[in-house]
Design a protein around this ligand. Structure first.
Ligand code: SAM
Length: 190
C-alpha cells in the first residue's frame, strides 16, 4: 500500500463518528441496503445495525458483503437492537410517516444518535415506534406518500453531517487509536 493510500485510510478513520449510527429494520433489497451503507460511509458512520426477521435472514452476510469500510452488527430482533443502542446512551429516532412525527431538520444530531429506517413496503414496526424516543418525518408535498428508503436515509444523514460539521465533530478522532491502527492494517497496510 502506498503512503498516500495509508494517509487516506487514516483520514477516513479519524473522522469516523462512533456516536452516530443507523439501524435498518428489515430493509432487505440489496440495492437499498447497499445505497444506505454507501451514504453511511460518506457521512463518516462507523457501524450500521441491522435487524432481519426470519424471512429476510438470507441477507445476513450478503447484502453488506462489499461494504468493507462500514462495520455491521446484526441483531436477532428489534428489541435487542434498541436495547443496545439505548444502552450506549443514543437518542433513538425512527423515521416514520406520521402526523405526530417531528420534521427531521428540527433534531439535534450532535447528540449520540441512532436513526432507524423501516422496511421498504411496510415501514418501521410497531415495536420500533413504541421504543424509539422520537418519530421523525421528511415532509412530503406531492402525490406519493413516501420516499425510497435510501433517499430518505441520505437526506437525514446529510442533515446530521451538516450539523456535526458546524459543531467541529469531524475534527476530533472518536475511534480509539488502537482500533484505527488495527483497521488500517486489516485493509492492507503496509
Ligand atoms: N408505507 C410505508 C410506511 O408507512 O412507513 C412506507 C415505507 S418507506 C417506502 C420505507 C422507509 O423509508 C420508511 O420506513 C422510512 O424509514 C423511510 N422514509 C421514506 N419516506 C420517508 C419520509 N417522508 N419521512 C420519513 N421516513 C421516510
Amino acid at each position: 500500500m502506498s503512503p498516500e493510500r495509508y494517509q487516506r485510510i487514516r483520514q477516513v478513520l479519524e473522522r469516523r463518528q462512533t456516536d452516530l449510527t443507523v439501524c435498518l429494520e428489515n430493509v432487505h433489497k440489496p440495492h437499498n441496503v447497499s445505497a444506505v451503507v454507501r451514504t453511511c460511509d460518506a457521512v463518516g458512520i462507523h457501524r450500521v445495525h441491522t435487524v432481519w426477521e426470519k424471512k429476510y435472514q438470507f441477507r445476513r452476510g450478503t447484502a453488506m458483503g462489499s461494504q468493507q469500510w462500514v462495520r455491521q452488527t446484526n441483531h436477532d430482533n428489534i428489541n435487542d437492537a434498541m436495547a443496545e443502542l439505548k444502552g450506549q446512551g443514543m437518542q433513538v429516532l425512527v423515521t416514520h410517516l406520521s402526523d405526530t412525527a417531528v420534521d427531521f431538520r428540527d433534531i439535534d444530531y450532535t447528540k449520540p444518535t441512532a436513526i432507524l429506517f423501516g422496511q421498504e413496503k411496510y415501514g418501521a414496526s410497531d415495536e420500533a415506534k413504541a421504543i424509539a424516543d422520537q418519530d421523525i418525518v421528511i415532509p412530503m408535498m406531492g402525490m406519493v406518500q413516501s420516499l425510497n428508503v435510501s433517499v430518505a436515509a441520505a437526506l437525514v444523514l446529510y442533515e446530521a453531517q451538516r450539523q456535526r460539521t458546524i459543531a467541529g465533530m469531524y475534527n476530533t478522532q472518536q475511534l480509539p487509536e488502537e482500533e484505527c491502527q488495527a483497521l488500517a492494517f486489516q485493509n492492507g497496510y503496509p
